[in-house]
Design a protein around this ligand. Structure first.
Ligand code: ATP
Ligand code: MG
Length: 235
């Protein structure tokens, strides 16, 4: 039996019968504003606080200062963990290693991301988002090669990864390129649901290899304590 890693989102850990399998790569898909970044950050901060695990958040879409400012209202956010280097927040769009990677090649990006993860010694990793990397690769062929190679390399690294994919709103779609879900060991889908003019957020665990989990749709609420889930339909 593979050891499982608690995400820190109580109800999600219950749905997963203990958490995400250690060493796996999880695709977290959702449209804008569905809570992807907050979920991934909560996973990192929980690991650092409760288990002294190093977490690294690799951003490809938002600057570091903005990411930190958005974290401040949440109780799980602890600036001391960043000061102590337990949580590293990296905006790699500003990283000289990426800027010098001209032209951007699949192997160049993969090597860079792998070495950042390896050097950080992180047990928990978040890549926010792979869609942003894919947008900078020119052809569909390169994008597919990048996604397959990423899955392969993450499998060799000694960490558990949540990689984020931005999908269009109101569509039952796991990924942009239709291949991300196959390389991932698990897929968590965040969606929105319109109800009387209000947009309700939902979460569904679509797959989690090696885990007997529920596929029940959950209503997702963002509170100052982080993400809270409750079943959308009582069974
Ligand atoms: N302090 C807060 N309390 C409650 N809800 C919040 C708070 N801060 C942000 N939110 C809600 O969370 C949403 C953003 O969540 P998050 O950044 O995780 O979404 P995302 O899926 O990563 O979006 P994007 O695709 O734009 O990156 C905001 O649109 C807002 O509705
Ligand atoms: Mg985000």
């Amino acid at each position: 039996m593979t050891e499982q890693m608690k995400t820190g989102i109580t109800e999600l850990d219950e749905i997963l019968n203990g958490g995400i399998p250690k060493g796996s790569s999880i695709l977290l898909s959702g449209s804008c504003g569905t809570g992807k970044t907050i979920l991934a950050e909560q996973f990192l901060f929980y690991g650092a606080k409760e288990y002294d695990e190093i977490g690294i958040y690799i951003s490809l879409s938002e600057p570091r200062d903005k990411i930190i400012a958005n974290l401040e209202p949440f109780k799980f956010y602890d600036p001391k963990l960043i000061e102590d280097d337990k949580i590293k927040i990296l905006d790699i769009t500003q990283d000289a290693r990426l800027i010098n990677l001209e032209p951007l090649t699949v192997s160049g990006i993969i090597n860079m991301v792998s070495s950042i993860i390896r050097d950080s010694g992180a047990q928990r990793v978040t890549l926010d988002s792979i869609t942003a990397i894919c947008n900078s690769l020119e052809s569909e062929r390169n994008i597919r090669e990048f996604i397959f190679e990423l899955g392969l390399q993450l499998g060799y690294l000694d960490c558990t990864t949540i990689f984020i994919s931005e999908v269009p709103p109101m569509k039952f779609q796991y990924s942009v390129y239709g291949v991300e879900e196959f390389i991932a060991d698990g897929v968590i889908l965040l969606m929105e649901h319109e109800d009387k003019g209000d947009l309700i957020r939902t979460l569904q665990v679509v797959k989690m290899r090696g885990v007997n989990h529920s596929r029940n749709k959950q209503i997702l609420q963002i509170t100052e304590n982080g993400i809270v889930l409750k079943p959308m339909f009582e069974l």
